[in-house]
Design a protein around this ligand. Sequence first.
Ligand code: 5GP
Ligand code: ZN
Length: 114
Amino acid sequence: MSDCIFCKIIKGEIPCKKVYEDEELLAFHDVNPQAPVHFLVIPKKHIKNIMELDAADTALLGRLLFRAQELAANLGCSEKGARFVINCKSDGGQTVDHLHCHVLGGRFMTWPPG
Ligand code: 5GP
Ligand code: ZN
């Protein structure tokens, strides 16, 4: 999508600190980190949010989550864990309408979220 920030990052029109890339996924550090480790994993396909997920995209989401935990482990979160978050629409606190999984680690995460 032409006016989507994350699609622009995928196309290289906006720079990012890349963590991982393959033909269908991109992971990069969040520009406004909320924890010592805070990166986003996104599909290159523009999917607005998790509630717009097509049945055909379930395997893609599975691979996204698999990659997210693998990258979290690579960044030092294997022993103490991390939080994997997918915000959705206004009540979910989503601000960028391109499906993304936050991975936050390196500190204790409180619950419930505010
Ligand atoms: P949401 O609130 O939609 O779940 O999360 C969007 C996240 O994207 C926020 O944590 C925000 O800091 C991050 N973000 C927004 N614009 C950019 C950008 O241009 N580059 C990077 N690296 N992160 C961004
Ligand atoms: Zn997009």
